[in-house]
Design a protein around this ligand. Structure first.
Ligand SMILES: C[S@@+](CC[C@H](N)C(=O)[O-])C[C@H]1O[C@@H](n2cnc3c(N)ncnc32)[C@H](O)[C@@H]1O
Length: 417
C-alpha cells in the first residue's frame, strides 16, 4: 500500500468525488437504515447529509445531553453533526471536521438548509494526520463514524492522542468503526479501492485498544455490530479515474464480512480536576468559514482621512467598517459602522443589502492584519458571487492602531461612543 501521504491523498480524492457526485437516495437510505438510523432521524436532516458512508450510529450510543459540546471526526455530509446538534440543543455546540474541502463545503450547505450556524454548529477542514485545530479540554464527547480505519497507521495513533487531548476530563469517545477480525490478505491490503472502502486499513480490536490505552484512555470497550458491514458497502466508492488509477471493479465480489466487522467503540478520559476546561472548541473561529478567494486592495490612512474630510463625499462614495467586537467604544474611525468579524460571514448578505450602492467599503480591525482583510475578502467574494461591481472592498492599512497613531485627538477623524 502507498505511503501515509499517498493513502491520505487517495482517500481524500475518493470522498471528495462522493461529496460532489452525491449518491442515489435509495442507496444512502438503505445503508443508513441498515446501520441503525431511524426514519425519524433521517427525516430530520437535510437530504444531502446522508451519503451512505456510515457504519454505525455513534450519536445514538453517546447519550448526549443538553448543553454538551461534541466533536465529529470525519463528519462527511454532516449527518451525525446535525443529529447531535438536535440533542445538545442551542446551549450546546457541535463541530464537524473533515479533510475533504468538497465534503466541508457540502456539510456547510447542508447546515444552511438545516438553519444552523457557528458557534452552535460549525464545520472545518482538517487533516487527521496533523494536530487537530481544536482547543485542549474543550469537548464532552468525540464521535466518529467509519473514519479511523481510513487513516494511515501513524494517523490512527495521532488522532487517538488528539482525541484524548481535546476531551475534557471525564469526557468520552464514541466511535463506530471497521475492525479487522482476521488477518487481511496482502492482495486486499495493497488494493487502494479496498482501502477507500474501509476494509484494508482496518486494524484488529487488540491493536485499536492498545492505541487507545497508549493515548491515555480508560474504560475501553468494543462491541461487534453484526448488521454493519455488508450493508455499508452497498454503495462502494471508486477511485477517481482522473487520479490515474484504474476504475477497479466494485468490492462486491469479496465476502468482506469474513475479514472485517463494524464495531461500536467506547473509551473515556480519566477525571483530572487540575486541567483547565476551554469553552471554545475551534482554536480559530474563522476555520468555521470558507477561505477568502479575493484580495482586496489596501487604502492608506491618509486616503481614508481625505474621504472623511471631503464634504462632497457621502454614503454612496464610501463607508468605513469596524469589524472589532469589543473595542469600538475605546476609539474608532469617525462615522465607522460596527460589523463584528465573528458573525460577518453569516451576515454578509445583510451587509451587502446595506452597502451595495456604496462605491468603497473600507474595513479595519486592530492592525488590519487579520479580521479586517478577512471580512473585506468575504465581502468582496460575496460581491463577486452576485456579480455586483458597484461596490468594492478595501482594507484600511495599519488598522485603528495606525489611525490612532496619526489622528488621536483629531475630532473630525475619531469618535468615542
Ligand atoms: C466513510 S466517510 C464517513 C462520513 C461520515 N462520518 C458519515 O458517517 O457519513 C469518511 C470521512 O472521513 C474523511 N476522512 C478520511 N480520511 C481523513 C483524513 N486523513 N483527515 C480528515 N478526514 C478524513 C473523509 O473525507 C470522509 O468524509
Amino acid at each position: 500500500m502507498a505511503s501515509s501521504e499517498g493513502i491520505t491523498k487517495i482517500v481524500n480524492a475518493a470522498y471528495s468525488e462522493r461529496s460532489a457526485k452525491g449518491v442515489d437516495a435509495n442507496v444512502s437510505t438503505a445503508v443508513a437504515s441498515a446501520v441503525g438510523y431511524s426514519t425519524t432521524e433521517l427525516a430530520s436532516v437535510p437530504s444531502g447529509s446522508s451519503l451512505g458512508l456510515s457504519c454505525g450510529t455513534p450519536v445514538k450510543d453517546a447519550n448526549l445531553r443538553e448543553g454538551e459540546s461534541v466533536l465529529d471526526l470525519g463528519s462527511g455530509g454532516g449527518l451525525d453533526v446535525f443529529l447531535a446538534a438536535d440533542l445538545v440543543g442551542t446551549t450546546g455546540k457541535v463541530v464537524g471536521l473533515d479533510g475533504s474541502k468538497a465534503m466541508v463545503h457540502l456539510s456547510r450547505q447542508n447546515a444552511k438548509a438545516k438553519g444552523v450556524k457557528p458557534p452552535h454548529v460549525a464545520f472545518a477542514q482538517a487533516s487527521f494526520t496533523e494536530e487537530l485545530p481544536i482547543e485542549p479540554c474543550s469537548v464532552d464527547c468525540v464521535i466518529s463514524n467509519c473514519v479511523l480505519n481510513l487513516l494511515p497507521d501513524d494517523g490512527k495513533a495521532l488522532t487517538l492522542r488528539e482525541t484524548y487531548r481535546v476531551l475534557r476530563p471525564g469526557g468520552r469517545a464514541h466511535f463506530s468503526d471497521i475492525v479487522a477480525i482476521r488477518d487481511i490478505p496482502a492482495e486486499l491490503k495493497e488494493d487502494p479501492v479496498m482501502h477507500v472502502n474501509c476494509i484494508s486499513g482496518a486494524i484488529s480490536w487488540q491493536k485499536y485498544e492498545d492505541l487507545l490505552r497508549k493515548a491515555g484512555f480508560i474504560d475501553i470497550s468494543f462491541s461487534n455490530v453484526t448488521n454493519g458491514l455488508s450493508a455499508c458497502c452497498t454503495g462502494p466508492l471508486q477511485l477517481p479515474k482522473s487520479d490515474g488509477h484504474p476504475a477497479t471493479e466494485t468490492i462486491s465480489s469479496f465476502d468482506v464480512d469474513k475479514f472485517v466487522a463494524s464495531n461500536r467503540i467506547l473509551a473515556r478520559k480519566p477525571e483530572s480536576p487540575q486541567e483547565k476546561i476551554s469553552s471554545t472548541i475551534l482554536k480559530q473561529w474563522w476555520d468555521a468559514y470558507p477561505l477568502v478567494n479575493s484580495s482586496p486592495e489596501a487604502m492608506t490612512a491618509e486616503e481614508v482621512a481625505s474621504l472623511i474630510r471631503d464634504p462632497s463625499k457621502n454614503v454612496e462614495d464610501f463607508v468605513v467598517v469596524d469589524v472589532r467586537r469589543n473595542d469600538h467604544a475605546g476609539g474608532h474611525v469617525k462615522g465607522s459602522v460596527q460589523c463584528p468579524a465573528q458573525s460577518f460571514y453569516d451576515d454578509a448578505p445583510a451587509y451587502f443589502e446595506k452597502f451595495k450602492d456604496t462605491e468603497k467599503v473600507i474595513f479595519y480591525c486592530q492592525s488590519s492584519n487579520g479580521r479586517g482583510p478577512r471580512c473585506a475578502g468575504w465581502y468582496q467574494d460575496y460581491l463577486d458571487s452576485v456579480g455586483c461591481s458597484s461596490s468594492k472592498a478595501y482594507v484600511l492599512a495599519g488598522g485603528i492602531k495606525g489611525w490612532m497613531g496619526k489622528y488621536k485627538g483629531q475630532h473630525d477623524l475619531m469618535d468615542y461612543d
